[in-house]
Design a protein around this ligand. Structure first.
Ligand code: NAP
Length: 323
């Protein structure tokens, strides 16, 4: 049933809507019959009662839910049992609300090990889209680091392997091309953040074949709209937006400010959803990867991947409202 719900596209006609409502009623009836009133059940109802937004990975056509999860700093929790328990629930809320892409890196201290520990206990994780990075110098060192990451996550293979901040990119690019041919990874990516290396990245993207690009993009940091996002669109590269909340700073900027009345028309009920819907409504962006240590924030963030997305004029209004 999950599969059926996930495949519903954005342009539901009345026949599909009737079918969808029937499916939903069956699901609710089944849950009631099973006596399920747990948070898992309510999350399932939440996830299935709305319209999940997904976007295509251009190089394959595969669909990806527009909200993923970052792990930088938030998952560096190996030595904090209380936080580990909370993060287990954070990850569970992610999967219960149809989350798929989790992004990490060997740069994020214990985050990969924590991701692996939590994945072992997580339910509903079949749709995991595992993404990490290679962040070292030298061919052999890169191969060993990727192998170590795979063991830490406890998975057979990564869906996406990204070259972190272009570090030794030529060497790793060649390794990744071979790994992709051999079926050891499914997609190749490259990342940057904080607006660094954009000139070099432009050249790298123009002259090579990447499936994914990861960069910083949010409502107050839109530099990439000028050059990098158009290149990604031209070349058919999927784009992951990191730092969608500018590391949390955006919430400080709107402290004490009310959401505009028209936000409800876009299915937006919090500033988190306002910021995320802005990011994922850019046509070049495939998904955003907010990071959190809190279940209530995870549920809030996952809410942004349902319903409608702002159009171009509404995106302009969103920027104007914050100015
Ligand atoms: N070069 C690269 O490859 C690169 C660079 C930067 C980032 N990244 C990736 O991108 C991910 C996201 O970036 P980021 O972690 O730097 O920053 P971010 O996602 O923009 O912001 C994270 C902060 O926002 C808060 N937050 C999350 N959801 C919230 C909500 N609904 N309401 C209020 N506060 C909320 C979190 O605090 P709470 O814990 O309190 O929720 C956390 O402090 C990283 O984790 C990493 O995976 C990659």
């Amino acid at each position: 049933m999950d599969k059926h719900i996930t495949d519903i596209d954005l342009s539901l006609d009345s026949e599909k809507l009737t079918h969808f409502n029937l499916q939903r009623r069956h699901l609710l009836q089944a849950l009631v019959a099973l006596g399920l009133s747990s948070p898992l059940a309510s999350n399932l109802i939440h996830a299935s009662s709305k319209n999940l937004i997904q976007k295509k990975i251009p190089s394959s056509g595969e669909l990806l839910p527009v909200i993923g999860m970052g792990t930088s700093r938030t998952f560096d929790a190996l030595y904090d049992d209380d936080l580990l328990n909370k993060l287990q629930l954070v990850m569970q809320s992610f999967f219960d609300n149809q989350g798929a892409l989790i992004d990490s890196s060997p740069m994020y201290k214990t985050s990969e090990e924590v991701t692996g520990l939590l994945l072992k206990k997580a339910h509903n994780s079949q749709k995991l889209f595992a993404a990490t990075k290679v962040w070292t110098y030298g061919k052999q060192s890169g191969i060993e680091q990727m192998q170590a990451s795979r063991e830490l996550w406890g998975i057979k293979r990564f869906d996406l392997m990204q070259i972190h901040n272009l570090r030794d990119w030529k060497v790793h690019y060649s390794t990744l091309r071979t790994m992709k041919k051999e079926g050891k990874i499914r997609y190749i990516g490259v990342t940057t953040s904080h607006g660094r290396f954009h000139d070099e990245l432009e050249e790298v993207l123009k002259n090579n074949h990447f499936d994914f690009l990861q960069l910083s993009y949010n409502i107050s940091n839109r530099d990439v709209e000028r050059r990098l996002l158009p290149i990604a669109q031209d070349k058919g590269i999927a784009v992951i937006a990191n730092r969608p909340f500018q590391r949390g700073d955006l919430f400080q900027q709107v402290r004490g400010k009310k959401l505009p009345d028209w936000a409800t028309d876009l299915g937006i009920s919090s500033w988190g959803q306002y910021f995320l819907k802005f990011v994922i409504s850019h046509p070049a962006i495939t998904c955003a990867i907010p990071a959190t240590t809190k279940v209530k924030h995870m549920l809030d963030n996952m809410g942004a991947q349902f319903g409608v997305l702002p159009e171009q004029t509404q995106r302009k209004e969103m920027i104007k409202y914050l100015a």
